[in-house]
Design a protein around this ligand. Sequence first.
Ligand code: 5GP
Ligand code: MN
Length: 351
Amino acid sequence: METTYRQRRSRFKTVIDNETVERVKHLLLCAQNIVITCHVSPDGDALGSTLALCSVLRALGKDAHVVTADCAPKALLFMPGLRDVVTATRQPERAAELIAAADLVFCLDFNDLKRVDRLSPCFEQSKAQRVVIDHHLDPVIDCDVLISYPEVSSTSALVYIFLWQAGWTRYLNRSSAVCIYTGMMTDTGNFSYNSNDPDLYLIIHDLLRKGIDKDNIYRLVHNNSTQSSLRINGYAQYRVEFLCGGRVALLMLSADDLREFDYSKGDTEGLVNTPLTIPEVQWSIFLREDSKELVKVSMRSKGSFPVNLVCEREFGGGGHVNASGGEFHGSLTDAVSRLLEAIPNYENMLE
Ligand code: 5GP
Ligand code: MN
């Protein structure tokens, strides 16, 4: 017999144990001033999860604010609620004030307080209760409630699951549904990896019923190239280097390249994924010389090759098994030397 939608919904699995959900609800009941934060250089999932949670908490009558270390990339400026976000680079005093006044803090989409960058001293000094909702491996963050599920593909999906278990999905409106969907979409490469869990599509079903236009969200996030971003990505791909018999790809952009192509933040979003479209490439590396002293490192992989391990050990960063990042303090030339020295230590992990 055909199952009805309602019956399917009732089979939506419980991910978070109910006692944890009740603890968070209790903390919320007692809280007056709530701050929600995410990692520096926020991506679709970091912003999607924080903005959606903030909207729901406001609908519940709470005084909630999203406070971030820095600004959203251009491609995400459409996200509803973004204008209300307090960004420490633009409003350092207001950010510090809100954090100092908070009695409850939600840390979303990161697992280490270092990831809030310039805001970490403010959060370290804060006496607020702290709830972490995240999907990165091995959290090392002090908190009162930890909702950590690396098997869930995005923090945005995890926030939806929390709201569903709390009985609060009715407080999600179309705008916050857009935020949740954006996070789910961007953290799964438009549902091309970590996206076989059928429950993800029950969530999307609900978000569509709330009125999101998922096709338009895709266009807003991805179809926003400029002449210079098209050229800089083409240039980097033209000069890609293949190592380890073609299983490793290395993309590089120097500070001079960035200047020449009139680079602006977000222009190379997604570039690191492109070499993985070659079946043989298992590990893709992108080094971008943001200044003569700082190289941003991004890595992606297929299968079990752990880029989080490489980023953690070699570039003081981390992330997920297949998508990680870090930094190198020095020039691009030195970063490349460091990388080439390190690669032989990981080559045996390639298939
Ligand atoms: P991206 O390459 O897009 O900058 O980052 C991919 C993922 O790696 C992010 O979602 C985040 O989880 C992680 N990540 C990026 N940069 C860093 C970093 O500097 N430190 C840590 N711990 N994780 C990072
Ligand atoms: Mn995420």
